[in-house]
Design a protein around this ligand. Structure first.
Ligand code: Z5A
Length: 211
């Protein structure tokens, strides 16, 4: 039996990384082998791409099309080398960001053509269906407040975190439109609750959708 592919989406600081760990623990406790991964990244090639994307690592600004193709190259590598083999072994894969991040950030926020992005996404994931997408919905300002603590420790925000607030409002709005278009795949989770309360909402959503 093939496994399940669950993706986590949402604006910055919405708690995706925190909640992926919590869901993985819950699934493992149920005897389900779970594989956690992230985008961009998750493979050696993907992590190298992530470095270019986050920090202009090669010292020149990225064009929008180059940015898009780097995200989707990382995705193709992740699907072929990590996601598909894990699903075929019957594992459940939890992925921190996936195709909907491209639609929200490059599409709704940067203004690239959504149909073109849909086709490129589909090619990158080799038409693999997703079982569930958990959208961790959080007010943009709340997310930034959470991340401020991190900036004060690391001293710098990355290329996306430096975008104007309007950009991030378009991201959040874009996610809502994506969820409206695919209600069977998306579950919207209120991320403005305690970590335990968000984890409980996610577990309810996963049980209802997949177990
Ligand atoms: N991007 C794109 O443009 N196109 C694409 O196709 C893809 C991505 C795939 C990746 O950044 C960037 O790439 C991203 C979109 C773009 N833009 N940005 N920035 P990333 O992977 O480095 O960052 P992120 O995905 O936005 O994750 P994040 O900023 O690390 O946030 P998070 O994973 O959602 O949250 P967290 O790390 O779990 O929590 C953040 C902080 O809040 C942390 O201190 C937690 O302890 C705290 N936290 C978590 N939950 C709570 C609750 N419930 N209450 C209070 N505090 C909490």
């Amino acid at each position: 039996m093939t496994g399940k592919l669950i993706t986590f989406e949402g604006p910055e600081g919405s708690g995706k990384s925190t909640q992926i760990k919590r869901l993985a623990e819950e699934l493992e406790a149920q005897g389900i082998t779970t594989r956690c991964t992230r985008e961009p990244g998750g493979t050696a090639t993907g992590e190298a791409i992530r470095n270019i994307l986050q920090h202009d690592a090669v010292g020149e600004p990225l064009s929008e099309r180059a940015e898009l193709l780097l995200f989707t190259a990382s995705r193709a590598q992740l699907v072929d080398h990590v996601i598909s083999p894990a699903l075929e072994r019957g594992e459940w894969v939890l992925c921190d960001r996936f195709i909907d991040s491209t639609m929200a950030y490059q599409g709704f926020a940067r203004g690239m053509d959504l149909e073109t992005l849909g086709r490129i996404n589909d090619f990158a994931i080799d038409h693999r269906p997703l079982d569930l997408t958990l959208l961790l919905d959080l007010d943009i300002e709340r997310g930034f407040q959470r991340l401020e603590k991190r900036y004060s420790i690391s001293g710098s925000a990355d290329r996306f975190e430096r975008e104007a607030h309007d950009f991030h409002f378009r991201v959040r709005d874009g996610y809502h439109k994506l969820a409206e278009c695919s209600p069977e795949r998306f579950r919207i989770v209120d991320a403005d609750q305690s970590i335990d309360a968000v984890a409980a909402s996610i577990w309810t959503a996963v049980k209802e959708a997949l177990l």
